[in-house]
Design a protein around this ligand. Structure first.
Ligand SMILES: [Mn+2]
Length: 314
């Protein structure tokens, strides 16, 4: 059986892409099943309820040599712990290529679009398969989520065209209000513990010398209610400090992204992070908070600047 899954700390795209790609591969005659690598954020259960599908089960421990398909990620630090022992047969992703290795020839599909959902729609078209309503709504939701309804600089014309194509199939008459409902669900954080909030949309990246990289944890909280998250600064800094120590990280960043106003305020844990934010982004720190302006995309505006900053000098 082919196990299909997205990254750790799954977002709506990671879950939707696993469900949609597993369904597409089954329609093409493969024995494929969707899984998840962690607990859902607050947006994805709203989407799954809207679509009327159950969340995929947690991925069980896989034996060496098990067949897997990766969606919405390719870096080992963001995947299943024993990825190196598994047989990666398919990858569908819209992130930069990381340390991916395969045991045998694999189907790899990478494109610089705003969402895995946009790529999965293309795979339907290329296979000559119609798109079914549930899959249409999953892909539509993922595109709206990943692009923050086209606000993110990662957005491409293909993402816009995909939403226009999918909306009538999905039965979404008013895309704007559906997106706002998704963002409201995502922002309804209640009394979620700070360590859960930190890790909800959180990825670890290696920077610097590939032989001896330093690992940075980078979290993002995309919200329509930044005041609520900023009000929990003390607890969140404590959670960042704990993650840094427990996971042996060189630094931890947590950005509070205001979806509607397209701004980024980042919590600054220590002098290490303060120096990097100053030198990589020109951002000053006041009261352990740095204003990163309109840099709302970790993928396009945060990680590349840090990679450049930490790159070994030739
Ligand atoms: Mn994605």
């Amino acid at each position: 059986m082919l196990h299909v899954f997205g990254h750790q700390n799954p977002d709506t795209d990671a879950i939707s892409a696993a469900l949609v790609y597993a369904h597409l591969l089954r329609r093409q005659g493969l024995d494929a099943q969707a899984f998840r690598l962690g607990e859902l954020n607050f947006e994805t259960p709203f989407v799954l309820r809207e679509v009327g599908v159950d969340m995929p089960p947690m991925l069980p421990a896989l034996p060496a040599g098990a067949d897997v398909a990766l969606v919405d990620h390719n870096e080992s630090a963001q995947s299943v712990p024993n990825l190196a022992e598994l047989n990666v047969k398919y990858v569908v992703d819209h992130h930069k290529l990381g340390d991916l290795n395969t045991a045998s020839p694999a189907y790899l599909r990478f494109e610089p679009v705003g969402c895995t959902g946009t790529l999965l729609l293309k795979l339907h078209h290329e296979a000559g398969l119609s798109v079914e309503p549930q899959e249409a709504k999953l892909m539509l939701s993922a595109i709206l989520s990943d692009t923050l309804h086209f606000r993110s600089p990662t957005t491409t014309q293909e993402d816009r065209d995909a939403v226009e194509f999918l909306a009538p199939i999905a039965g979404v008459d008013d895309v704007e209000s559906y997106a706002l409902a998704m963002f409201a669900a995502k922002s309804d954080l209640g009394d979620t513990p700070a360590d859960t909030l930190l890790k909800m949309d959180y990825k670890v990246f290696p920077f610097g010398d590939p032989a001896h990289p330093q690992q940075w944890g980078i979290g993002v909280i995309e919200t329509t209610n930044p005041a609520y998250v900023l009000g929990r600064q003390g607890e969140l800094l404590a959670a960042m400090d704990q993650a840094k120590a427990e996971d042996g990280l060189a630094g931890v960043l947590l950005s509070v992204v205001d979806i509607l106003n397209e701004t980024n305020q980042t919590f600054v844990l220590s002098a290490t992070e303060e120096k990097v934010l100053k030198e990589a982004f020109g951002a000053e720190t006041h009261a352990q908070l740095a204003d990163l302006g309109s840099r709302i995309s970790r993928k396009k505006q945060i990680v590349p600047a840090l990679e450049k900053y930490f790159a070994p000098q030739a």
